[in-house]
Design a protein around this ligand. Structure first.
Ligand SMILES: Cc1cc2nc3c(=O)[nH]c(=O)nc-3n(C[C@H](O)[C@H](O)[C@H](O)COP(=O)(O)OP(=O)(O)OC[C@H]3O[C@@H](n4cnc5c(N)ncnc54)[C@H](O)[C@@H]3O)c2cc1C
Length: 266
C-alpha cells in the first residue's frame, strides 16, 4: 500500500503499465487506473489531444456555519433552498451536526454560492490560467477587501439565514472558492490505462451526480476485470469504455445548459 506519494509520470507497453512517483520509485502492473481527479495526469496519456478539463466561466463559493454561532431566531430551513439572482445562484441546505445530531443549537447550515462575476479574481490569483481551472482558493488566499466584499454582497443579495451563515464563514475565514471545470470525454481507455471518476468526466457540481457516477464507474470496472487474464486486460478496458462512455458524456452534458447560461467570459 502506497500513501502520500505523488505520481509524476505514467506509461505503458504491450506487457504492462507503470507509474513513477516524484521521489523516483517505479511501480509496474498489468493495468493502470487513473482515478486522479479533475486535473488527471493519467488523462494526458489516455487522451493526449484533449488532456485538460476546461474552466466553465464561473466559480463556486462553499462554506458551513454552526447554528450556535448564528444570531438567527427564525424558522430553520426544512430542506434545500435555491435562490437565483442574475449572475448569482445560491444553494442553501440544512445539515446535521458533524456527529449526526439534529437538535436545535447543534445543527449546521451549508451554503454553495455560484458566482459569475469574480472570474478576474480567480485569474489574478492563478486559480484559472488560460482555459484551465488549476486549483481552488482558500479564504486565507483572499485579501480582506475581497472577503469583506463577499460578506457585504451576501447581506444585500441573500435572505436570512443564508446571509448570516455566509457572514459567519467569512468572519472565520473558513470557506473555499472553486473555479468550476468541465470535461466531456471522448475516450476512457487506451491500451492498459483507464480513466474513472473525475479523471474520466468532470461535470458542474450543479448536476449533483459526479460522486455517484464515479461509484458506478468503479462497480462496472470491477465487473469487467473479474477473472481477466493479463493478456486480456486491454479488451476488458475497451468493454468498460463501451459501457461507461455514454453515461459519462451524458452526465457532463446534462450540466452544460446551466453552465452556458451562467458562464461569463472575464
Ligand atoms: C465544489 C464541488 C462540489 C461538488 N458537489 C457534489 C455533489 O453535491 N454531489 C456529487 O455527487 N458530486 C459533487 N461534486 C463532485 C465530486 O466531488 C467528484 O465527482 C468526486 O469527488 C470525484 O471523485 P474522484 O475520486 O474521481 O476524484 P477526487 O475526489 O478529486 O480524488 C482524486 C484523488 O487523486 C489524487 N491525485 C491527483 N493527482 C495525483 C497524482 N499525480 N498522484 C497521486 N494522487 C493524485 C488527489 O489528491 C485525490 O485524492 C462536487 C465537486 C466540487 C468541486
Amino acid at each position: 500500500m502506497l500513501h502520500r506519494a505523488r505520481v509524476a509520470e505514467v506509461g505503458q507497453d504491450e506487457a504492462g503499465a507503470w507509474a513513477r512517483t516524484d521521489d523516483g520509485r517505479r511501480f509496474g502492473a498489468d493495468l493502470l487506473i487513473g482515478a486522479d481527479g479533475h486535473r488527471s495526469l493519467v488523462r494526458r496519456a489516455v487522451a493526449p489531444g484533449r488532456p485538460d478539463a476546461e474552466f466553465a466561466g464561473y466559480a463556486l463559493w462553499l462554506g458551513v456555519a454552526q447554528e450556535r454561532d448564528l444570531s438567527f431566531a427564525g424558522r430553520w430551513p426544512g430542506g434545500l433552498d435555491i435562490r437565483d439572482s442574475g449572475d448569482h445562484v445560491l444553494l442553501g441546505y440544512p445539515l446535521a451536526s458533524a456527529d449526526g445530531s439534529t437538535e436545535p443549537g447543534e445543527r449546521r447550515l451549508g451554503w454553495a454560492w455560484y458566482d459569475g462575476t469574480r472570474n478576474a479574481l480567480f485569474r489574478r490569483l492563478g486559480a484559472v490560467r488560460g482555459s484551465v481551472s488549476h486549483h481552488s482558493l482558500r479564504a486565507t488566499d483572499l485579501d480582506a477587501d475581497v472577503r469583506d466584499g463577499l460578506a457585504r454582497e451576501a447581506a444585500s443579495r441573500w435572505p436570512r439565514p443564508w446571509r448570516d451563515a455566509i457572514a459567519d464563514s467569512v468572519a472565520r475565514a473558513d470557506f473555499v472558492g472553486t473555479p468550476i471545470a468541465e470535461y466531456v470525454p471522448e475516450h476512457l481507455a487506451c491500451g492498459r490505462m483507464l480513466l474513472v471518476g473525475d479523471a474520466a468526466h468532470v461535470p458542474t457540481p450543479m448536476t449533483g451526480r459526479g460522486f455517484g457516477t464515479s461509484l458506478d464507474d468503479a462497480e462496472a470496472l470491477a465487473r469487467h476485470l473479474r477473472d481477466v487474464d493479463a493478456d486480456c486486460v486491454p479488451g476488458a478496458l475497451l468493454a468498460h469504455e463501451a459501457e461507461r462512455l455514454g453515461p459519462a458524456r451524458s452526465l457532463v452534458l446534462s450540466g452544460k445548459g446551466f453552465s452556458s447560461s451562467f458562464s461569463r467570459s472575464a
